[in-house]
Design a protein around this ligand. Structure first.
Ligand code: ISE
Length: 343
């Protein structure tokens, strides 16, 4: 079986990481094309990889005959056009979140993919591939804890880039807990409220940090998330499920801790998301590459979050940004999934 030839679009922090990952850790794939709006950066990365070229236009990179599949690590506002090009050329694509930046275009992408006979789009919600989240999901699905009732989450970053604003805390950071909720509970989110406590004095002026998000799922499950992106400490992502017959928690850097089980705290807190979720990214990419190889016979070129998952996350975040202004719970507006055959 020949290697999958991948184009990576956007080789800033995450994209450059993915290039290195594919080249050094993933079997069955290599990077043949890179693209970035900063041409010199793409040239520099291409020069470091055998038989890799930089292509200046992202749509040309997607269409290139040396490309079997695409990774989008480009800015969100460019995704719609690039995803449409991948669908047009029937090229499997791993798209970093967000799918697109607004609900209408995300829905359009879902519909356009559903019109094809193949599944081409996977969205890069990497937490689903993290061993601890996978363990939590398996525990819930196994029924050991009974039905889940409540989810408590903390999502803390030591710092964020200077352009990060309050809405980005919802769209860029909270979006992960939105996906985690849908993944763990297998249901949609019906409403969201964002509460703004007294800001951290160390947060840049105008940034409402921390924020508390309250989500309610379609069957009435409660989810609360503490989002705090200027802690100055380390990268902390904790998730605790409270269920009918006990609770389970991950993210203490000691594996899964269950109440009643002997557990110790300790170890190192990871400094950033690339370290905390490094294993998750590796697993996500290997499984995607394997799925794309298999897709030639199955017609399904994905193994993970779908375009629908991307659309749902965008819809919840849009409602979240509305609540950020009003402080009130906002209903999430989504079409019924059954209205789009094959979505
Ligand atoms: C960033 O884009 C991520 O995806 C990280 O996982 C998240 O922790 C961070 O807040 C975001 O800015």
């Amino acid at each position: 079986m020949s290697d999958l030839r991948i184009a990576v679009l956007g080789v800033g922090v995450m994209g450059a990481d993915h290039v290195a990952r594919i080249e050094s850790k993933i079997s069955g794939a290599r990077v043949t094309v890179v693209n970035d709006y900063i041409a010199e950066k793409a040239e520099q990365i291409a020069a470091s990889i055998p038989s890799c070229r930089a292509i200046a236009d992202p749509l040309d990179a997607i269409a290139d005959p040396d490309v079997d599949a695409v990774v989008l690590a480009t800015p969100g506002p460019t995704h719609e056009k690039q995803l449409l090009a991948c669908l047009e050329h029937t090229k499997p694509v791993m798209c970093e979140k967000p799918l697109t930046t607004d609900v209408a275009t995300s829905l359009e992408i879902v519909k356009r993919e559903a019109e094809l006979s193949t599944r081409l789009i996977q969205v890069g919600f990497m937490r689903r591939f993290d061993h601890e989240y996978a363990q939590l999901k398996a525990m819930l699905d196994g029924g050991e804890l009974g039905n889940a009732l409540v989810l408590h989450c903390a999502h803390r970053n030591p710092a964020v880039p200077p352009h990060f604003d309050s809405a980005m805390m919802v769209r860029d950071s909270l979006v992960h807990e939105v996906d985690v909720t849908r993944f763990l509970f297998d249901e949609e989110i019906a409403s969201i409220q964002i509460i703004k406590p007294t800001p951290n004095p160390a947060a840049p002026h105008g940034l409402s940090d921390p924020q508390i998000a309250i989500l309610r799922t379609s069957t009435g499950k409660h989810v609360d998330v503490e989002l705090f992106v200027t802690t100055g400490v380390a990268y902390e992502v904790r998730t605790e499920v409270v269920a009918e017959r006990g609770s389970a928690m991950i993210g203490l850097d000691v594996g899964l801790v269950r109440t009643g089980a002997p557990g110790t705290r300790g170890g190192q807190i990871t400094p950033g998301f690339r370290e905390r979720f490094g294993q998750a990214y590796d697993t996500e990419f290997q499984r995607w590459v394997d799925a794309v190889h298999r897709g030639r016979s199955t017609g399904d070129f994905t193994d993970g979050p779908s375009a629908w998952d991307g659309y749902a996350a965008t819809a919840v975040c849009e409602a979240g940004v509305e609540s950020l202004q009003s402080g009130l719970p906002v209903e999430v507006k989504m079409v019924d999934r059954r209205s789009i055959p094959r979505a």
